[in-house]
Design a protein around this ligand. Sequence first.
Ligand code: S6P
Ligand code: ZN
Length: 192
Amino acid sequence: MLSPKDYPISVQYDFASGKFDPVKIRDDRNLSDLQMMFHDKSVVQSTLAEADPLIYEVWLHPFETSKSDMALGVTRLLPGKIGDEYHMTKGHIHERDDQPEIYFCTQGEGYLLLQTIDGEFRAERWTAGTISHIPPMWAHRAVNTGADMLVFVASYHLSAGHDYAPIINKGFRKLLLEREGQPTFVESPRWT
Ligand code: S6P
Ligand code: ZN
């Protein structure tokens, strides 16, 4: 736990690389961590038979002055697709029902998907510079539809908690698939 003698606590963010320093935790998410999320299970299995590609990295710096302090996270989401589905984060909802979050897209292009537990769905187009507020009780996922890395900075409370089960069970209402070279929203068969 940090104390006032350590204040102020700063990290240095590099807009060109999408990295900051110092980082306390680095968490890599590979295809094997997301196999329930992508819709084309045969492509998932045939890809995993050859390799386990990195989909995104999460770099974290928890500001641990108390259990209710905040964390800073940077997600670096690689470009690419699994079959026709664009690379995306797993997606989660915060366990605590009073916990929002801020996302700041600093590089690349894509979408922020938001969804309530009842399936009310919203999508926000992202380009570098978009800052989005995620309300409490809305699940959130980022999707990279561009040719380059999609990078975003997140700020949230350490006590928020992360629940992945609703997304593992039913996913988001819409999939972002490539159709005729364009990112296209398609109703998920798991909701219809
Ligand atoms: C945490 C925040 C982000 C995500 C990160 C990876 O509340 O929303 O730091 O953890 O973008 O996404 P996911 O869905 O794998 O946690
Ligand atoms: Zn979150």
